[in-house]
Write a protein that binds this ligand. Structure first.
Ligand SMILES: Nc1ncnc2c1ncn2[C@@H]1O[C@H](COP(=O)(O)OP(=O)(O)OP(=O)(O)O)[C@@H](O)[C@H]1O
Length: 275
C-alpha cells in the first residue's frame, strides 16, 4: 500500500483553562519558545489519543458537535498548533483553507495581502501576477477595493479573497475549515467547482463542516470526534448517522429530564421528605 499522506499517531493537545490561551507558532517565534505563559492553573485536553491515516486522493470529513476539537485537529495537521502528545506526519505541502481572515494583515491592501500571503505559501511573484486578476474576480471584490486596506473589507470579502488565493495553490493537501459556509449562492458554486477541480487532480482533502450536504458532496470517508476522542472512522454516511443518533439521544435525554422533575411533589425534596 502507498504511504499515507497524513498519519496521526496518538495525537493529543492540552489547553490551559482560565488563563492565556496557548501560544501559536507565530507567537512562540516572537515571545520565545515557551509554550505555556502561565504554568499554574488547570489544563484540559480537547483531543486525546487520536490515530488515523489518510491516503492520497482521499477526501475525509471531520464530524462532531461544536467545541469537540475539529478545528484544533485541522490546525495540528496544518502545523499551526503543536501536539502535546503523539505525532502527526504530513507528506506534502498543505494549502490551509482555515481562518482565512486571520492570514491577512488589516493595514495592507487586498493587493499587498495577496502578494504577501501568496509568497508565504510559495507562489512566485510571476505566478501571483499571472493569477491576480483571476483571484480578484473569483473573490468578487468590488471595483477600487483591491487597493484599499483590508480593514475596510467586510468579513465576507476577506474570506472570499482568502479562498480565491489559497485555492490557486498547487499543494497536494487541502485542509478546509467551514469556509464553504460563507458567501452567497453564486460564490458557493464557484467554491464547489474549485474544490472539485482540485480533487480531480488526485489531491487529498480534510474538510470540517457542519453542513451534511457539503460533507456528502465531497467526502468518501468520515471521522467522528466525540468528547475529544475519535469514536468512528468509516464511510461519511455512517459517521453522520452515528453523530445524528448521538445528537438525537442527547436531545431526548434533555427533554425527558424536566418532565421527570415536574413529576416531583412540590414542597418535598424528591425523597418523599419535606424540604
Ligand atoms: N488556542 C486555544 N486555547 C485554549 N482553548 C482553545 C484554543 N483553541 C480552541 N480551544 C478550545 O478547545 C476546544 C475545541 O475547540 P475547536 O475550535 O477545535 O472545536 P470545534 O469542534 O472546531 O468547534 P466548532 O464546531 O464550534 O467550530 C473548545 O473547547 C475551545 O474553546
Amino acid at each position: 500500500m502507498a504511504e499515507p499522506v497524513i498519519e496521526a499517531r496518538g495525537l493529543g493537545i492540552k489547553f490551559a483553562m482560565n488563563r492565556r490561551r496557548k501560544r501559536s507558532l507565530r507567537e512562540m517565534f516572537i515571545h520565545g519558545n515557551k509554550r505555556d505563559p502561565n504554568p499554574t492553573g488547570s489544563d484540559f485536553w480537547p483531543l486525546r489519543d487520536i490515530s488515523f491515516e489518510i491516503g492520497q486522493g482521499e477526501c475525509v470529513g471531520i464530524v462532531g458537535k461544536n467545541g469537540t476539537g475539529k478545528s484544533t485537529l485541522l490546525k495540528m495537521i496544518a502545523g499551526v498548533l503543536i501536539p502535546d502528545e503523539g505525532s502527526v506526519e504530513v507528506r506534502g505541502k498543505v494549502a490551509p483553507l482555515l481562518e482565512l481572515r486571520a492570514g491577512f494583515n488589516d493595514q495592507l491592501t487586498g493587493r499587498e495581502n495577496v502578494q504577501l500571503v501568496g509568497s508565504l505559501h510559495g507562489m512566485s511573484p510571476k505566478m501571483i501576477e499571472e493569477k491576480f486578476d483571476e483571484i480578484v474576480e473569483f473573490a468578487n471584490i468590488r471595483e477600487g477595493y483591491i487597493d484599499m486596506p483590508v480593514r475596510h473589507y467586510s468579513s465576507g470579502m476577506k474570506v472570499r479573497l482568502g479562498f480565491a488565493l489559497i485555492s490557486q495553490l498547487q499543494h497536494p493537501i487541502m485542509l478546509v475549515d467551514e469556509v464553504l459556509a460563507v458567501g452567497d449562492k453564486a460564490f458557493k458554486k464557484k467554491c464547489y467547482d474549485a474544490i472539485k477541480r482540485m480533487l480531480a487532480d488526485n489531491r487529498t482533502m480534510v474538510l470540517v463542516s457542519h453542513s451534511e450536504s457539503d460533507l456528502k458532496r465531497f467526502c468518501n470517508r468520515g471521522l467522528y470526534v466525540r468528547d475529544g476522542a475519535l469514536v468512528l472512522d468509516s464511510d461519511i454516511q455512517s459517521a453522520l448517522d452515528a453523530y445524528n443518533a448521538d445528537v438525537k439521544a442527547e436531545q431526548e435525554a434533555k427533554t425527558a429530564k424536566p418532565a421527570e422533575e415536574k413529576k416531583k411533589p412540590t414542597g418535598e425534596d424528591g425523597n418523599g421528605k419535606a424540604a
